[in-house]
Design a protein around this ligand. Structure first.
Ligand code: PMP
Length: 414
C-alpha cells in the first residue's frame, strides 16, 4: 500500500455529502490542478514579506525580489535540464507558453490529434501551416508516421505531448527527438502532465522546448514556463509589449530586449516563480525513483481495479504503450459521465473531472464523444484514495444510475 509521498495543503479538508454528513475530500482531479505542497506554501509565506518590484527598484526589497526571481528562473530551468538560465521564460501557464512559441516558430508545425487544445490551437494562429495527423494505434506506427511525414514535407517544429492528459500515455521522447531532428525539425513537448509525474532532462533527451504549468506541479496558480532555445524567441516580436521588454523607447522607435525579458513585459510574478522553484526543490527531494514508483503503483492499482468493474470502459490511444502516468479516463455503460462525477462527489466526497478534457479530437476518435470521467493521482495520493474510488464505482454500478443533484450554497440537494 502506498501513503502520500509528501503532504499537500488541504489534505484533510472535509466536504459535505448529499446526506448532510461530511467526509475527507478524496482529490482525484490532480491532473487539472494540484493542491500546493505544504513545503511550497511554507516557502511562499516566507518570501511574502520580502516581495517587491522586480528589475525596477534600487531598494533593498526590490533587490531581494529581483534575485529571488532570477534564482527561481535558474532553478526551474536547471530542474528540467536547461543548459542556460536565459532559456527559461516565466509565463502564466502551459497555454501561455505554447502561444509564445507559436508566435516565434519560423515555419510549419506538425502535431498529432491526441493533443490537449493548448497544443493544437496556438499553432493554428501562426502564419505557417499546421498539420494535424491522426496518431496510429501503436507507438511503433506513430513513430513511423512522424518520420514519414517529416521526410515528406519541411517542418520547423514537431509539437507533441509528454503525457496525454486523457489517458496518461507517453511517447518515448528521446526517440521522438531523434526523429524530429533527423527530419530537420525541432521538438516541442507539452510537459504540463509529464512534469509532475516523471523527472526528465531536456538536454539529455534532446528536447528543444517544453511548456509547464506551476498549478499542475504542486505550486499555486499563476506561473509556468517555456524552456528552450533562445534564437527563435529572440527573433520574434515581444509577446507582451510594455515595460521591462525594452532597452530603449523613443517616440517612433523601440529597441526590444533579447532573452526572457523580451517576452516578460509588465511586472513579473515573483511569488509565482518562487513557488514553482520551491515545487521543483520538493520534487527533487522526493527523487526520481520514488516519484516514478509511487505513480506507477497507483496507476496500476487504479487501472486493474477499473478493469474488474463490469461496464467500465477505459480510454487508450496506443495498444503497445507501456509508459503512462497516473491519469485514467473511463466511462460506465449507461451512465452519463457528468452524473457519475456528480454522484461520486455527492455520495462519496470524491473529486474527479468529467467532460472532454480540452481534447475533443482525441475523445471523438477514441469513441468517447459524449465525454468521460477522468481520475488522476499525484504525490499526495494514496492507495486508500484509489480504493475509495473503486469501491464507490462498484457500488454505483451495482445500484444502477442514481439521482440528479444540484448544488445549493455549497451543499447538495437531491
Ligand atoms: N497541456 C496539457 C497536456 C494539459 O493537461 C493542460 C491542462 N489541462 C494544458 C496543456 C494547459 O495547461 P494550462 O491550463 O495550465 O495552460
Amino acid at each position: 500500500d502506498r501513503a502520500p509521498l509528501a503532504p499537500l495543503i488541504g489534505a484533510a479538508t472535509q466536504v459535505p455529502l448529499a446526506d448532510g454528513s461530511h467526509t475527507r475530500y478524496v482529490n482525484l482531479d490532480i491532473a487539472a490542478s494540484a493542491p500546493a505542497l505544504e513545503s511550497v506554501a511554507g516557502r511562499v509565506a516566507e518570501v511574502l514579506p520580502w516581495y517587491s518590484s522586480v528589475h525596477r527598484g534600487a531598494g533593498y526589497l526590490s533587490r531581494v525580489s529581483t534575485s529571488l526571481y532570477e534564482d527561481s528562473r535558474q532553478r526551474i530551468g536547471a530542474f528540467f535540464g536547461a543548459t542556460r538560465a536565459d532559456e527559461t521564460i516565466i509565463v502564466r501557464n502551459t497555454t501561455d507558453a505554447t502561444n509564445l512559441l507559436a508566435a516565434s516558430v519560423p515555419g510549419n508545425v506538425l502535431v498529432l490529434d491526441v493533443e490537449h487544445h493548448a497544443n493544437l490551437l496556438p499553432w493554428r494562429r501562426t502564419n505557417h501551416t499546421v498539420r494535424t495527423i491522426p496518431a496510429p494505434t501503436t507507438i511503433a506506427e506513430t513513430l513511423e508516421t512522424l518520420r514519414t511525414e517529416l521526410a515528406r514535407s519541411p517542418y520547423a517544429l514537431l509539437a507533441i505531448t509528454g503525457a496525454s492528459n486523457v489517458t496518461g500515455e507517453a511517447l518515448p521522447l528521446a526517440q521522438v527527438a531523434d526523429i524530429a531532428h533527423e527530419g530537420g525539425a525541432r521538438l516541442f513537448v507539452d510537459a504540463a502532465q509529464l512534469a509532475p509525474h516523471r523527472r526528465f532532462s531536456i538536454s539529455e533527451l534532446g528536447i528543444d522546448y517544453i511548456a509547464i504549468s506551476g498549478h499542475k506541479l504542486y505550486a499555486p496558480y499563476g506561473a509556468g514556463a517555456l524552456i528552450g532555445k533562445s534564437d527563435w524567441l529572440d527573433a520574434a516580436p515581444a509577446f507582451l509589449a510594455g515595460g521591462g521588454a525594452v532597452g530603449h523607447v523613443g517616440i517612433d522607435d523601440v529597441v526590444w530586449q533579447t532573452g526572457p525579458a523580451r517576452h516578460e513585459g509588465g511586472s513579473p510574478n515573483v511569488i509565482g516563480a518562487v513557488a514553482l522553484a520551491a515545487a521543483c526543490d520538493a520534487l527533487d527531494g522526493i527523487g526520481a525513483a520514488a516519484l516514478d514508483q509511487h505513480d506507477r503503483e497507483l496507476r496500476g492499482r487504479l487501472l486493474r481495479g477499473l478493469a474488474q468493474i463490469p461496464g467500465v470502459r477505459t480510454a487508450r490511444i496506443w495498444a503497445d504503450s507501456d509508459e503512462a502516468i497516473g491519469v485514467a479516463t473511463f466511462t460506465v455503460d449507461g451512465v452519463e459521465p457528468g452524473l457519475l462525477a456528480m454522484q461520486l462527489s455527492a455520495e462519496f466526497g470524491i473529486g474527479v473531472r468529467d467532460g472532454k478534457f480540452c481534447a475533443h479530437p482525441l475523445l471523438r476518435r477514441l469513441g468517447f464523444s459524449g465525454g468521460a470521467v477522468r481520475a488522476s493521482i499525484g504525490v499526495g495520493s494514496s492507495s486508500a484514495d484509489v480504493d475509495t474510488l473503486l469501491t464507490a464505482l462498484r457500488q454505483l454500478v451495482a445500484n444502477g444510475p442514481g439521482f440528479e443533484y444540484e448544488t445549493l450554497d455549497g451543499g447538495w440537494v437531491l
